[in-house]
Design a protein around this ligand. Structure first.
Ligand SMILES: [Zn+2]
Ligand SMILES: [Zn+2]
Length: 261
């Protein structure tokens, strides 16, 4: 059975698990080793059984526990050169450093993986698509600007974990200092709820069946606001939610399983 699960999601930390029952992959580890163990325990996976850790980019909400778990469980880290050289994983065994290239397909066990470039204020950041048998899955967060190239990369994926970071008004009128607001709103920051909603609609029109909104800001968003923004646009556009597509919001602190089975 395929599993695609958000373990934790949000500006406070991110980690995603994907498995086909033979190969177990963790994407990002923005939490401590102890918290990872607890999250995996909740979905009946032992950390020892993780075959590889893939990293989207060096920001701490994606890499906090990466070095620790690589050392503790002897897990190889797959990252672009830009990401790996900026992420400060500490001492990692040479054999466990695996440099990948964006837009270059590779396989780990029985899972096919394509990293795709994303605009974000990091060094060589990527999103990922995964293919297992004939199903495809996408992780698309930390994206400053949605463009046709990213949309093409994730189009047709059955399940998409899509960033819905902030409500533009909450951010504009909120307490963040001006430069930070500019960074988040800029082309190398994060996707707003309204861009996420438009992206969700484009994805549904191109065949996506399950969408999970994730990487929500703690300050400038609420799960119900992110959900409503996508829900309203999809329904107004004639999409039957629950029938044509399932729509969920990833929990900040605990595992959220795609409603794909
Ligand atoms: Zn980031
Ligand atoms: Zn992030």
């Amino acid at each position: 059975m395929h599993k695609f699960i958000s373990l934790i999601s949000g500006s406070s930390g991110n980690a995603t698990f994907i498995s086909d029952g033979r190969t177990n992959l963790l994407i990002d580890c923005g939490m401590s080793g102890a918290k990872l163990k607890e999250s995996l325990h909740a979905i009946d996976v032992m950390p020892e059984n993780i075959d590889a850790l893939l990293i989207t980019h060096e920001h701490i909400d994606h890499t906090k526990g990466a070095g620790v778990i690589s050392r503790r469980y002897n897990i190889p880290i797959y990252a672009t050169l830009g990401t790996y050289s900026h992420m400060n994983a500490g001492n990692i065994a040479d054999d466990n450093i695996k440099i990948i290239k964006s837009n270059t397909y590779f396989e780990l066990g029985s899972i096919g993986i394509t990293p795709f470039s994303i605009p974000h204020d990091a060094s060589e950041p990527v999103g990922f698509t995964f293919s297992i048998d004939k199903d495809t899955y996408a992780l698309a967060t930390d994206i400053g600007k949605m463009d046709e190239s990213i949309l093409n990369s994730i189009s047709g994926c059955k399940c998409v974990l899509l960033e819905s970071n902030h409500d533009v008004e909450m951010l504009r009128y909120g307490s963040y200092p001006f430069p930070l607001k500019q960074r988040i709103l800029g082309d190398f920051g994060h996707l707003s709820n309204d861009v996420a909603a438009r992206t969700a609609l484009a994805l549904v029109e191109r065949g996506t069946e399950h969408i999970m909104l994730g990487h929500l800001s703690q300050e400038n968003n609420r799960p119900e606001i992110a959900m409503l923004e996508s829900y309203n646009l999809l329904s107004r556009s004639g999409v039957n939610i629950g029938n044509d597509v399932t729509l969920q919001v990833a929990d900040r602190y605990k595992p959220t399983i795609f409603k794909s089975e």
